[in-house]
Design a protein around this ligand. Structure first.
Ligand code: ADP
Ligand code: MG
Length: 250
């Protein structure tokens, strides 16, 4: 579902991704860990082409994001095609980023109505079901300011699911939450994993990564320095930097 080969990204002459290589098979969950500033968020943003890459290759479901093949050459595609590619990838951010002036239901309904142009009744029916699936059936008419952080993040997950994505990306989905609200959000993500959704999850929750991650990748200075089964990377890492990082996070 995701294939990254020597992915490079530079900001103002500084190398932020220095040859990232990884892959995620359909139905699998990859958890990404690593120190602040190591390029984890940048990598997620490259996967859905919120950031164009400066080198290497990034394929989602076999398609190069932001490009299309004609013959054996790659051509950059226009905004409309990128937006179609991106609509197949759901993204959930640390700070929810819900639309403050819209209810939960409107937040979840917006993208299917705009991008897919589907009729209001069907979209809202779907949105109600999605809100129910994240435990918020009774909050459809609430505005973000009337919801707890955990509830807002569950709306954000429902919103990302509304386009029926084939891939979900999570960037530290629980790090802005009070500790007592972390569990309800992790529970929703766990159910998504159980349903077979392919996911890439940047997280500081090591226990969660161990339970949910088929594999764990350790980022350091713009590269993946170690990747393997969650149990192995978190339990007996081969790299000294991974070991030191895990000791600091314990
Ligand atoms: P992480 O998510 O692992 O904490 P990031 O991907 O956010 O790391 O950032 C990696 C590096 O890239 C950091 O040094 C950060 O300052 C830099 N960076 C991230 N986004 C931008 C940007 N839009 N412009 C310039 N530098 C950026
Ligand atoms: Mg980050």
């Amino acid at each position: 579902m995701v294939e990254a080969v020597e992915v490079r990204k530079r900001y103002h002459g500084t190398d932020v991704l220095r040859g990232v290589k990884t892959s995620v098979a359909a139905g699998r969950v990859l958890c990404i860990i690593g120190p602040s500033g190591s390029g984890k968020s940048t990598f997620l943003r490259c996967i859905n082409h919120l950031e164009p890459i400066d080198g290497g290759q990034l394929l989602v479901d076999g398609e190069p994001m932001g490009y299309e093949r004609r013959g054996d050459r790659l051509y950059e595609v226009g905004a409309r095609k990128v937006s179609r590619q991106r609509s197949e990838i759901g993204m959930v951010f640390q700070h929810f980023e819900l639309f403050a002036h819209m209810t939960a239901l409107e937040n979840v309904s917006l993208a299917p109505r705009l991008v897919r142009g589907r009729d209001r009744g069907r979209v809202e029916h779907d949105a109600h079901e999605l809100l129910a699936s994240v435990g918020l059936a009774d909050k459809a008419r609430a505005y973000p300011s009337q919801l707890s952080g955990g509830q807002q993040q569950r709306v954000a997950i429902a919103r990302a699911m509304a386009m029926h994505p084939k891939l979900m990306l999570f960037d530290e989905p629980t790090s802005a939450l009070d500790p007592e609200l972390v569990g309800e959000v992790l529970g929703v993500i766990r159910r998504l994993a159980d349903s077979g959704m392919t996911m890439v999850i940047v997280t500081h929750e090591m226990d969660f990564a161990r339970q949910i991650g088929d594999e764990v990748a350790m980022f350091d200075e713009g590269r993946i320095i170690e990747q393997g089964p969650a149990e192995q990377v978190l339990g007996s890492p081969t790299q000294a930097r991974t070991q030191a990082f895990l000791e600091r996070s314990a």
